[in-house]
Design a protein around this ligand. Structure first.
Ligand code: FRU
Length: 519
């Protein structure tokens, strides 16, 4: 081959590779831009995702593992998918972390912890100052039995090895699953809380080395409850931020039986002494973390540094009633915004409160509007003049219904489509009505109105995160939260305020356009 030929070939290759690189960049940009593709919530590039798993912070990275079907957009072949982030918002997709063992078992939900001092003996580090590694404990779900398995990673979660001594916990039960492991400082031991799903029982185990687990106790509510308990969690939180007044919260995800129907997240407040959870929530009081229809299978982060000290969780934004039928095609299932948890003492008891993590402010791309002390018609006019609309918005509002029976927002409005977020003053309720929110007919359980009781409705604070196919609403400093998926037409991006005869007052209103975490 002569030189000029080589040059032409070389140039051809260069042109071809420039073309390929730009086509790839275009495709990458196109990806995560489909209709309904959440712009600031995590979704996998393709295929089915359900529960968040193994949330852990380690060496500057937040890890999100998740229930994943690598082969299709419906539930099956469950494995652990993986993404990492430095702020819990901007995620980088990584290869599959733990694949199913075909013909033997699938990899169901579970948790991950940092084994700081190599208690497991599985950490390979030769650095005496930092002998740590990551340990995951998940359910190996076989056809007839579910057992807890351990896997370890010595390369910051990039690759995982199943422990040869698996299972590490086995009750010879078909529905023993979803282990959540945490370090119990006062007895210097690891605790695992898992469920016997059909018996609606939380079971506790403890361990010194993460490999040998001993059954230590259980918790159930009795009664003639139906359905399953799934994905438990157990953590301690300060009441009203007072470190001298701490309570334990036992989370059980409930399938079905949630306030909006289908699956949802229930909790109990009490104390925990290493083996027994003592429930202090009075019998007959059912406490729920979210009143929308799409918040389930929560998992809280392990190993957030003590100087940060936050308890942060993520939930899967779907519902088992229709998770396999949601109208997205390439992927199905999304994760909620990470939320910081707290406990607040109210006259009627101690309650879980949630707020979006402070990092979420970094999603704000542009302020579209800011007003205070105006009437509803004035606010409407200002919104109209500023041409406030969009598929990805953050809204902070304080509304006083005064003489209005009902006051609120019409979100994702266009033609006959709207998602209504309203306050009904007299019965002190907040609701989301998604019956006309766009595509609703893919499942009979999807359309509906989801409501929750507020302690007061005279001055209602709303913090709303609107993404291309979801709405998350934190009401009155997170004492009530509603999370709902919606599937509006792409052009339905209007937003309005409403009230009866324009009554009521907008005490304050700020609206931001949020940017995309993918582009
Ligand atoms: C909850 C759940 C878990 C189980 C996983 C299987 O959504 O049913 O109990 O581990 O999903 O994908």
């Amino acid at each position: 081959m002569n030189l000029s030929n080589m040059w032409i070939r070389g140039r051809g290759m260069l042109v071809a590779s420039v073309f390929l690189v730009s086509a790839w960049a275009l495709l990458a940009q196109e990806a995560y831009n489909e209709p309904w593709r959440p712009q600031f919530h995590f979704t996998p590039p393709k295929n089915f995702m359900n529960d968040p798993n193994g949330l852990v912070y380690y060496k500057g990275e937040y890890h999100l593992f998740y229930q994943y079907n690598p082969q299709g957009a419906e539930w099956g072949h469950m494995s652990w998918g993986h993404a990492v982030s430095t702020d819990m918002l901007h995620w980088k997709n990584l290869p599959l972390a733990i694949p199913e063992e075909p013909g033997q078992y699938m990899i169901y939900s579970g948790s991950a912890v940092v084994d700081w001092h190599n208690a497991s003996g599985l950490c390979a580090s030769t650095d005496t100052a930092d002998p740590s590694c990551l340990i995951a404990i998940y359910t190996a779900a076989g056809a007839r039995v579910q057992r807890q398995h351990l896997a370890f990673s010595n390369d910051r979660g990039r690759t995982w090895t199943n422990y040869p001594g698996n299972p590490v916990a086995d009750l010879k039960q078909p529905d023993f699953r979803d282990p959540k492991v945490f370090w119990y400082e006062s007895e210097k031991k690891w605790v695992m809380v898992a469920v016997l799903a059909d018996a609606r029982k939380a079971v506790f185990f403890d361990s010194r080395d993460l490999k040998k687990w001993t059954f230590s106790g259980s918790f159930e509510t009795g009664g003639n409850d139906k359905g399953q308990w799934e994905c438990p969690d157990l953590f301690e939180l300060a009441v009203d931020g007072d470190p001298k007044n701490k309570k334990w919260v036992l989370i059980v995800n409930r399938n079905p039986g949630a306030p909006a129907g289908g699956t949802g997240t229930r909790y109990f407040v009490g104390s925990f002494e290493g083996a027994h959870f003592l429930n202090e929530t009075p019998a007959g009081q059912e406490l729920w973390a979210d009143y929308g229809k799409d918040f389930y299978a929560t998992n809280s982060f392990s190993d957030i540094p003590p100087k940060d000290g936050r308890r942060i969780w993520i939930g899967w934004i779907s519902n088992w009633q229709y998770a396999n039928r949601e109208p997205t095609l390439i992927w199905r299932g999304g994760q909620s915004l990470p939320r910081e948890l707290g406990l607040t003492q109210f006259p009627d008891g101690i309650r879980l409160v949630q707020k979006p993590i402070g990092e979420a402010k970094s999603l704000r791309e542009r302020e579209l509007l800011q007003l205070s002390n105006v009437s509803i018609p004035m606010a409407m006019q200002a919104m109209h003049l500023a041409n406030v609309r969009g598929e990805t918005l953050e809204i902070e509002a304080e509304l006083a219904p005064r003489a209005a029976r009902e006051i609120g927002f019409r979100l994702r409005k266009g033609g006959t489509e709207e998602t209504v977020l309203g306050i009904t003053a007299e019965d002190k309720q907040v609701f989301v009505d998604r019956t006309r929110s766009g595509q609703v007919a893919f499942a009979p359980e999807f359309p509906g109105r989801h409501k929750a009781k507020l302690r007061q409705s005279s001055h209602v604070k709303l913090h709303i995160f609107l993404d291309r196919s979801s709405v998350e609403i934190f009401v009155n400093d997170g004492e009530v939260v509603l999370t709902d998926r919606i599937y509006p037409s792409p052009g339905s991006d209007g937003i309005e305020l409403y009230s009866n005869e324009g009554r009521g007052k907008v005490l304050s209103l700020s609206i931001w356009k949020l940017g995309s975490i993918w582009h």
